[in-house]
Write a protein that binds this ligand. Sequence first.
Ligand code: GDP
Ligand code: MN
Length: 363
Amino acid sequence: MLSTKKIALLLRRKPLAAVGFVAFFVTVFLFVFSTGPATTKPRYSYAKKNTGWFAQKNRDSKIVTNMPKEHIAHYDLNALSESVKASGRGEVLILTPMAKFLPEYWQNLNKLTYPHNLISLGFIVPRTAEGDQALKQLEQAVKTAQSKPHKFKKITILRQDTESLGSQLEKDRHALAAQKERRSMMALARNSLLFTTIAPATTWVLWLDADIVETPTSLLEDMIMHDKPVLSCNVYQRYTENGEPAIRPYDFNNWVESEEGLRIASEMADDEIIVEGYSEIATYRALMAHFYNADENPSTLMELDGVGGGAVLVNADVHRDGAMFPSFPFYHLIETEGFAKMAKRLGYEVFGMPHYLVYHHNE
Ligand code: GDP
Ligand code: MN
């Protein structure tokens, strides 16, 4: 064997060789003395190690997760997105802040042709008298729908724990003075809804307001097809003019930034916000609402800087990366408009479909 002197010499001359030498002995020692089950119990064990952490299959034989053991579920987001790519069908989470339950909204939602077993729904209802009413109607509707075949994968109903504005009359909601507070509360409601419902398998999040009463039944297919990080529909409203049915633009939050908009923002105090669609703040932004042309292809896209919340499809990874609805001025923008800005700051592109209409309820 080596004498202490020799080892010291070896260490000085060939330190690497010495390390290798020691490592060899340690390995041999471990091999000889540690066969059989590990003496210290691993912190966590997995039901079937041989299939790998992430390779267990669910009933639809899609790779989803391993069996949760000791209440730990592992998800390989890569494997999940690979399985979505292979099937071409991802799971959709439709999120709706709901102050009022409109039967037309519910019927429209139920007519969507995308497989309902791949759709989860999430609602957040305000803690107001109007909210109580909405909750009752929604629960009734959900009960009926879920007792039928083609039911939705999962439905979550949240009761808001933050403040709500009392008056929901259109003229009160839309007064510029009320916007900062109102939009900021809406942002909080959207964030609670998002953060409590997004799941590992969620591929797309569709933000659909409770007063969007009419969309093409192929809404999800039509939007998902574009595979964009953020994609917003053009929100119009039906009305009658001289007894004739007509349509008019409703949502002005889908816009392209302008020089003037940037200039106004640059001169604002830190806590001031711009809300689009008010003559008091003339931004001269290009509003998608005005780009609609019935003769154009509905699947035409345009790049946007701000979006509304009427019908917006978001790739779930955009939310997972941290894009949410700022309830505070973010580049002088809040809520859905602030969300678009945040998505862009995270490096994502934001689009709108100027010739693809969905309809807002007419109060
Ligand atoms: P507008 O169309 O821009 O006037 O905005 P809405 O008042 O329609 O609000 C947008 C969405 O949020 C709709 O789906 C409303 O039902 C819902 N909503 C409005 N106020 C509240 C609220 O205080 N709390 C919650 N949870 N949802 C709300
Ligand atoms: Mn609305």
